[in-house]
Ligand binder design. Structure first.
Ligand SMILES: [Zn+2]
Ligand SMILES: [Zn+2]
Length: 208
């Protein structure tokens, strides 16, 4: 039924488990989009991005992820009112999962959140790189085109998770109310715009 891996925030207060993992059960891509970059900079965690500003993301079904301690430290951030929910552990500003509402069931976790040096063995290496037009410096090969294969694969996974009832239990939303389990902040437009100077394709400000 696939492997399970422990998760932990940087300081260890927030812990969780991801279960049923295998290369076929997840979607792993490196995302260079400026929203992922902006989120890392907002948290003061540019160290989580690769040299070109990429985020190594492992997407899985919501039901595959559960937190075992430290849930009280989790809060959400949206870069704009209808943007992704970007959940993080405020004890140490570690991202612990990106989601939309449960209607579109997935959770995307940074590879570095997994508490194992052998992540590739369990979920496989990233199957591609996307949104390279926002990469800092020269975009990685193949990362700037629309990757139809990756897109179809991602949609197929989402539909599968939904049809197989893998939306619930959701680690960040209440099944009873459909509402977030944690407080959520939305950046103002000014706050969002201020982050652009730090992000690709051509950062114009040094990361603090
Ligand atoms: Zn922490
Ligand atoms: Zn992104």
């Amino acid at each position: 039924m696939g492997g399970s891996i422990e998760l932990r925030c940087g300081c260890g207060e927030v812990r969780g488990t991801a279960t049923g993992l295998s290369p076929r059960a997840v979607n792993r891509v490196v995302c260079y989009c400026d929203d992922c970059q902006a989120f890392a900079h907002q948290l003061g965690r540019a160290d989580l991005l690769n040299a070109k500003g990429g985020s190594d993301i492992v997407q899985m079904a919501p039901a595959a992820l559960s937190f075992t301690r430290g849930q009280q430290h989790i809060i959400g951030l949206r870069l704009k009112p209808n943007g992704l929910y970007r959940w993080y552990a405020r004890c140490c500003n570690t991202p612990v999962g990106n989601t939309l509402t449960p209607r579109i069931p997935f959770v995307g976790l940074l590879a570095s959140t997994f508490d194992t040096p052998r992540l590739d063995d369990v979920v496989g290496a990233p199957s591609g790189e996307i949104f390279g037009k926002y990469a800092v410096g020269e975009p990685p090969p193949g990362s700037t085109r629309l990757n139809l294969g990756l897109l179809l694969r991602a949609i197929g996974k989402l539909l599968g998770w939904r049809l197989k009832g893998r939306t619930w239990p959701h680690p960040f939303f209440s099944r009873e109310t459909g509402e977030p389990l944690h407080a959520v902040t939305v950046l103002t437009q000014e706050q969002r715009e201020a982050l652009r100077a730090l992000c690709g394709p051509r950062p114009s400000a040094a990361s603090p």
